[in-house]
Design a protein around this ligand. Structure first.
Ligand SMILES: [Mn+2]
Length: 370
């Protein structure tokens, strides 16, 4: 449990005169309490008050785990047949006399409109006019040394998985077989969770950046794109490499060389004091100058931490100044339809005078069948 972080939410709630702050994003709850669960459709919330200890409201089947996790405040559990919203209203009203104003995470992807209506219906005199999303995003932006250790450990797992996957690449082998091989190797090491669905994309298939591994088979003289990551103690890794089979033609090699140059240049340029958009521009310029600008169709990077995608966003228009402790991906890509897709990605943390990656596999083009 992180008392300092919880205190910040308490203080914010007090400063803004909210009667309580309702937090339901499981990753935000993990950040503040150290306890993570995916509640699926069940109701799981951390409720923070200005003048009372915080409370976790959870499915009854989680209560014992929460208490054992080191959480020293109240936990209220509900059974599936009970009405959680009425119970939450009661919990709030026991602690606050006539609550009127409250805050929640307006940008949460984990809080459906249906749930909001039920919560607001049970607390009909409360106006939910506060938004705690931004504060939590800002808090999560700068990682502590402990968080950096978890991210580095996750990166090591991803590096291992990547190299394992390369061993399976041969003409005629399907993308799903390669993904299965690397995930099986991870599971045998006790790594049970990927941070997102593993991408293995051979040849032309790689020009669709967010497609997944499928029945497509590795051909001769192709590039094969990998994008994968693991979860380590709640923290994510995310890395991409593109490798060669046989003798890819000059066009493909030129695309590879351009992405490699852009990635290395951005890694080198990344340091405190520059803005997110300057970093994006630095990589984009290399790709633009080589004539592939219109094929680089996404931002340079996204933040990483408890979430695989969080702040900061490394893109045009983001004037956020980079600071030590910020963590994000540097992942330029070129996707030429019908030809090839190449992406090279490391997640890094900003240091006092540069940046340090969490993943370390070679970025020289690797011929995996040699
Ligand atoms: Mn990524």
């Amino acid at each position: 449990m992180n008392q300092d972080k919880l205190k910040q939410i308490e203080q914010w709630t007090n400063d803004h005169h909210y009667d309580f702050t309702y937090i339901s994003d499981p990753k935000n709850i993990e950040y503040l309490t150290g306890y993570y669960t995916d509640p699926h459709e069940r109701i799981f919330a951390l409720i923070v008050f200005p003048d009372h200890d915080p409370l976790i409201f959870a499915p009854q089947l989680e209560v014992e785990d929460i208490q054992k996790s080191g959480w020293s405040f109240d936990v209220d559990g509900y059974l599936d047949h009970q009405n959680p919203w009425r119970m939450i209203a009661k919990d709030v009203e026991q602690r606050v006399h006539e609550p009127h104003h409250a805050a929640l995470e307006k940008s949460s992807m984990q809080f459906p409109v249906h749930n909001f209506e039920a919560l607001a219906g049970a607390l009909s005199h409360v106006t939910f006019d506060g938004d705690v999303s931004n504060l939590l995003e800002q808090m999560r932006l700068i990682k502590t040394p402990e968080e950096l250790k978890e991210l580095a450990a996750a990166g090591k797992e991803a590096d291992f998985a990547m190299r394992t996957g390369w061993h399976s690449v041969k003409p005629g082998v399907s993308e799903t077989k390669i993904a299965a091989d690397l995930q099986y190797a991870l599971m045998k090491r006790g790594v049970m969770e990927m941070s997102f669905g593993t991408l293995v994309q051979a040849g032309k298939h790689a020009s669709e950046p967010h497609s997944v591994a499928g029945n497509n088979k590795v051909g001769n003289d192709e590039l094969v794109l990998f994008d994968l990551g693991t979860m380590h103690n709640g923290y994510a890794s995310d890395t991409s490499r593109t490798v060669a089979v046989g003798h890819p033609d000059d066009k493909k090699l030129d695309i590879y060389k351009t992405v490699q140059a852009a990635q290395l240049k951005a890694m080198d340029f990344c340091k405190p004091g520059i803005t997110a958009e300057e970093l994006d521009h630095c990589a984009r310029k290399v790709i633009d100058d080589a004539g592939y600008g219109k094929y680089f169709i996404h931002r340079l990077g996204h933040g990483i931490g408890l979430g695989t995608h969080e702040y900061p966003s490394i893109m045009q228009g983001n004037k956020m100044v980079l600071k030590p402790g910020m963590c994000f991906s540097i992942e330029p890509g070129i996707y030429v339809p019908g030809v090839a897709g190449v992406r090279i990605e490391d997640c890094v943390h900003v240091t006092e005078n540069g940046c340090e990656p969490f993943t370390h596999n070679t970025k020289d083009l690797t011929y995996v069948d040699k």
